[in-house]
Design a binder for this molecule. Structure first.
Ligand code: GDP
Ligand code: IMO
Ligand code: MG
Length: 427
């Protein structure tokens, strides 16, 4: 690796589930560090090796590669049970977690009341529910910014942790009771937290120093973004968003590494659109084409198992993501799922009340009413999942890729044609 491309970021450019896990696993082969810096186990990143699926929720997807040390950095929120389950899976695979995994003491914990509150708010919203993953993400981040959070730092100072847990539970229980939900009993959860504290204490350390030293030494660091730009808390379609900052600036906020250190910003673009959860989706399909894409692409949530909504590629939305995050390289994923369609549509603009409107001008009200402007391109029929070079792809598939590249004005460097680790074409 040259000194130029030492620090890389992988970022979802749509509504999540673009195939970030697959691309991170592949790129992690050469990395010294792979870092998760935001979100929690609302993320579900899948790596497939020789037909075996590995779903990741918290531990960075690079852990299956020999070289990298993986880091869960400050901006991430941690559910103790989920972290321990994941650690158990990788321990059983004889991965030495004491050597491979580091956790920042600054990470906030997802507490039992966060999960209850997430669920209670969703139930109370009724038909206006947002469709969260109910993993407690929003309430955990809300407590973080309002100074009510509890971190790994406190967990490793047990009496302080218990004191804070009891204090917060007393307050949260009043809200839960108002929602008609049974109050939380702290004692029930203490053994789990005690176990987590003991299990992770050897892995908690000064990740800031480790990362900054690595950067000085020109090591290769790969940041694994979660979710997708449309779910960014500030620039996504609020309130149909997640609680963290998904855009490129989230790296600085969540890992302490300044954005200007990043050399390559990889936008992962699924060849069509998918989304779990509520909110408008301009190019959504409800017909047989949608069913076909969902079944062929196995579009069911990695975290919740919910069927994903699907639609044509929404280029104005992806372009907005590229601009927001300085995306300078693109990996197109799941283009194999479009094989067999006689024609493919891509949204190239929007109209509202007969007038053109930009993505950046739209809130959820505009987005739910506008009409997409489509470009129709010819499809291809061949199975492309074993093809290894761009030139061997069907001509119409190549044209679709080039069309996307031209619209976005960002180089497409990878075309992924199957979930398998090796199945990526370098353009
Ligand atoms: P992530 O959250 O962005 O990591 O994506 P998910 O893992 O939630 O969802 C992507 C799904 O598509 C997973 O099941 C992957 O194994 C699969 N996948 C990734 N890339 C490709 C591809 O190029 N072709 C096909 N057919 N599947 C892919
Ligand atoms: P990965 O990393 C797809 C969506 C949820 C919901 C909204 C808010 O696998 O791409 P939350 O639980 O975060 O409060 O839910 O955000 N969402 C995702 N959708 N992939 C994800 O992650 C997501 N993370 C959050 O479905 O609409
Ligand atoms: Mg996912």
């Amino acid at each position: 690796m040259t000194a130029k491309n030492m620090i890389q970021l992988v970022i979802g450019s749509q509504w999540g589930d673009e195939g970030k896990g697959k691309i991170v696993d592949m790129m992690a082969k050469k990395a010294d560090f792979v870092v998760r810096f935001h979100g929690g186990n609302n993320a579900g990143h899948t790596v497939v090796i020789n037909g075996k699926k590995f779903p990741f929720h918290l531990i960075p997807s690079g852990i299956l590669q020999k070289k990298p040390i993986v880091i869960i950095e400050a901006g991430t929120v941690i559910d103790p049970e989920v972290l321990m389950e994941e650690m158990e899976i990788f321990s059983k695979m004889r991965i030495n977690l004491k050597k491979k995994l580091m956790i920042s003491p600054r990470c906030h914990l997802i507490m039992p009341y966060h999960k209850e509150l997430d669920q209670a708010y969703e139930n109370a919203r009724g038909k206006n529910k947002l469709g969260t993953t109910k993993r407690g993400i929003g309430p955990a981040y809300a407590d973080k910014v309002s100074y009510n959070g509890i971190r790994i730092y406190e967990l490793l100072n047990w009496s302080l942790f218990v004191e804070k847990f009891k204090f917060q539970t007393e307050i949260k229980n009043k809200i839960l009771v108002a929602f008609g939900v049974a109050p939380i009993k702290v004692e029930k959860y203490l053994p789990t937290f005690k176990k987590l504290a003991e299990r992770i204490s050897p892995m908690v350390g000064d990740t800031f120093a480790v990362l900054h030293k690595a950067i000085k030494q020109k090591k290769q660091v790969l940041f694994e973004g979660a979710h997708g730009v449309m779910l960014d808390n500030s620039f996504g379609l609020y309130p149909f968003v997640t609680a963290s900052n998904v855009i490129e600036g989230g790296v600085n906020i969540g890992s302490g590494v300044p954005s200007n250190k990043i050399d390559e910003i990889w936008g992962i673009v699924k060849a069509y659109t998918s989304r779990v959860g509520g909110g408008p989706l301009p190019t959504e399909l409800f017909d047989k084409t949608a069913e076909g894409i969902r079944e062929r692409g196995y579009e069911y949530g990695t975290t919740t198992g919910r069927p994903r909504r699907v639609g044509w590629l929404d280029l104005p939305a992806v372009k907005y993501a590229c601009e927001l995050s300085s995306i300078n390289r693109i990996a197109i994923t799941k283009i194999d799922i479009l094989s067999g369609l006689s024609s493919i549509k891509a949204c190239v603009g929007y109209k509202l009340n007969g007038k053109k409107i930009e993505f950046s001008q739209c809130g959820y009200l505009e987005l739910s009413k506008l009409t997409p402007i489509y470009k129709t391109l010819p499809g291809w029929s061949q199975d492309i999942s074993k093809i290894k070079s761009f030139k061997k792809l069907p001509v119409n598939c190549q044209k679709y890729v080039r069309f996307i590249e031209k619209y976005l004005d960002v180089k497409i460097k990878i075309v992924s044609v199957s979930p398998e680790r090796e199945a990526s074409i370098f353009v």
